[in-house]
Design a protein around this ligand. Structure first.
Ligand SMILES: Cc1cc2nc3c(=O)[nH]c(=O)nc-3n(C[C@H](O)[C@H](O)[C@H](O)COP(=O)(O)OP(=O)(O)OC[C@H]3O[C@@H](n4cnc5c(N)ncnc54)[C@H](O)[C@@H]3O)c2cc1C
Length: 555
């Protein structure tokens, strides 16, 4: 039995393949989907691809067909089952170990789903049968049924949304929703997109590394890789938007940091993802001293966020309505919908779903003012070519220096707790001090005039973004579980992108859009939970809120 024999009559059909193999099965299925006039509107393919040179974790691979989604899971079968959030309509099992997989597999299986599993032993068949898989006479095919409670199925949404805030978060949300056929009204107080945190000349993008591959590292890796793939689909960095995938060199701080970095490298990193370079090699690449060595991220680089916003909005096509220059908008609940109201009371838009992507502005909005968000001032310094060396790639440590962007090199950035929107000589001096240490030249940028830009990062205490349905603090009750926290109906957040908005924006938008559609999610459930805005409801109950740390480890 093949998946295409079973998908007639479905609008969305999800296939799980326990072995991606050489990819030919997935290719054949997509070809069959294209050729079938009775195909489901959406085909979602999930395949285990643990041996394919992919970084660990889930990978959503953008496809040329808008109706096809491909998720490659570089993980074990057991972990995939524990971390997936999906309703599987067709399952092909390779040769699983043991029989412990039967129960978690059943949890993910849709009623009436088909299973094809020619290589099972009798014990495995019995375990599956006990969970509700009724095998045919051949013993290799089964149909699933059960009376046990299932994962809730999200009803088909009304595909209309207001997205509040036209920075990177909002523009990415609009693009991922419009790609799914949503009509989006993007609302912005300024006359143009990217006037606040997303207005910098150049921001850098790179992954994070850690010895214990902790949650922030896994999330940043997923976000970075998804962003690279999505940008390629948009038309490419330096083509569809300004920037360069020139590589990022992250210098070690000292000998101790170098030793820790070597230990991470020894755990095995794909060279196109991250490579540890000893001092000689790093210095040769940079053309400057790199005394303690460095990590090279060959696919990293810089981008101008504003041009990325434009490319994302262009990709939305006619489904996007821009309502810019409308002043500080507030939200009102009217019946089952939300209205966005301009300061003079005019209705700017109305829809059942709202995505709040208002960056640091969220601190002043009633539905998000209870979230522990902080605005962290950052000043970046712009240097004419005569004041800073021309580098072949982005250089960073505590600070960063970019190659030329619109003829200027960007050095940054400060982390300040005050709300001064003006350029400050003291902040510039701080940037230049760090720059001098970075390029090993005590006279670098001497006499550079005060120039640059100030912005405010929206930062949560754990430095991770907030992605998902917004909690209602007043109605939250005393629950200890994320899924039981009361939420504002139809109100979602994409907030807290802190210092990594460029990579967070695409994955967070894709995750939220997938959630709204009830699709399988693009990242592991443990990572989804780490981004849930309601985590702060639970934390507020467990411990009184403390002040967030004032420094960060990088851009
Ligand atoms: C100095 C500095 C350096 C940085 N460097 C990097 C870097 O190198 N790499 C990187 O990845 N990230 C960097 N960042 C972080 C990055 O810029 C942010 O994470 C990102 O821009 C956040 O995007 P956003 O869309 O969430 O917020 P914003 O870009 O601030 O967008 C929010 C939008 O919402 C609008 N808005 C808010 N409230 C309302 C309202 N009530 N009504 C109407 N509109 C409203 C605002 O006008 C704004 O346009 C840096 C940030 C700063 C400040």
């Amino acid at each position: 039995m093949n998946a295409q024999d079973c998908w007639r009559g479905s609008t969305r059909f999800t296939v799980f393949d326990g072995d991606y193999g050489d990819g030919s099965r997935v290719e054949a299925l997509v070809a069959a989907w294209r050729a079938d006039p009775d195909r489901p509107a959406h085909l979602h393919l999930i395949a285990l691809a643990a041996q394919h040179g992919l970084q660990p974790g889930f990978h959503r691979i953008p496809q040329p067909d808008a109706g096809v989604t491909l998720d490659l899971l570089a993980t074990s079968f057991e972990t995939a089952l524990a971390e997936l959030n999906a309703h599987l309509d067709f399952i092909r099992l390779a040769k699983p170990d043991g029989s412990g997989f039967a129960r978690p597999l059943a949890r993910l299986t849709a009623l009436e789903a088909r299973l094809v599993a020619p290589a099972l032993d009798p014990g495995q068949r019995a375990a599956l049968a006990a969970q509700g898989f009724a095998f045919d006479d051949s013993g290799s095919g089964a149909v699933f049924s059960t009376r046990k409670p299932r994962l809730p199925v999200t009803p088909a949404p009304e595909r209309r949304a207001l997205v509040l805030g036209a920075g990177m978060a909002g523009c990415a949300a609009a693009q991922r929703l419009c790609a799914r056929g949503w009509d989006v009204t993007l609302i912005e107080r300024h006359p143009r997109a990217a006037c606040e945190a997303s207005g910098n000349l150049a921001g850098i993008f790179m992954p994070l590394l850690s010895r214990d591959d902790n949650i922030p590292t896994r999330l940043a890796r997923s976000a970075y890789l998804y962003a690279l793939r999505l940008w390629e689909q948009l038309g490419g960095i330096g083509r569809a938007f300004e920037g360069a995938q020139c590589g990022v060199l992250q210098l070690a701080r000292d000998a101790q940091h170098a030793a820790a970095s070597r230990a991470i490298a020894a755990d095995g990193l794909a060279p196109d993802f991250a490579r540890w370079l000893e001092a000689d090699e790093a210095g040769m690449l940079l053309g400057l001293p790199a005394p303690d060595g460095a990590f090279l991220f060959p696919q990293g680089g810089w981008a101008r966020p504003g041009s990325l916003c434009e490319a994302l909005m262009d990709a939305c096509g006619a489904r996007l309505t821009r309502r810019f220059g409308v002043g500080d908008v507030r939200l009102a609940r009217v019946g089952d919908a939300w209205q966005a109201l301009a300061p003079n009371g005019d209705i700017v838009g109305q829809a059942p779903t709202v995505v709040l992507a208002s960056g640091a502005g969220a601190r002043h909005m009633p539905h998000t003012s209870d979230l522990p968000l902080q605005a962290l001032r950052g000043q970046v310094t712009h240097l004419a070519p005569e004041f800073a060396p021309q580098l072949p790639l982005v250089l960073c440590r505590e600070a960063y220096l970019t190659p030329s962007a619109q003829g200027l090199r960007c050095a940054g950035a400060t982390y300040d707790l005050d709300d001064d929107p003006h350029l400050r000589a003291a902040s510039q001096e701080e940037n230049l001090e760090r720059l001098r240490a970075l390029v090993s030249d005590p006279h670098a940028a001497e006499g550079a005039p005060l120039a640059g830009r100030v912005g405010f990062r929206c930062v949560a205490p754990d430095r991770l973004p907030l992605v998902g349905s917004l909690p209602d603090f007043a109605a939250a009750g005393a629950t200890e579980r994320l899924r039981d926290v009361a939420r504002h109906p139809g109100l979602h957040g994409l907030l807290g992108y802190a210092s990594r908005g460029i990579i967070w924006a695409p994955l967070a938008a894709e995750l939220l859009a997938a959630r709204l559609e009830g699709e399988p999610l693009p990242v592991e459930m443990s990572l989804v939970d780490a981004l849930d805005p309601a985590r702060f409801v639970l934390r507020a109950r467990r411990a009184p809120r403390g002040p967030a740390a004032a420094t960060d480890i990088g851009p």
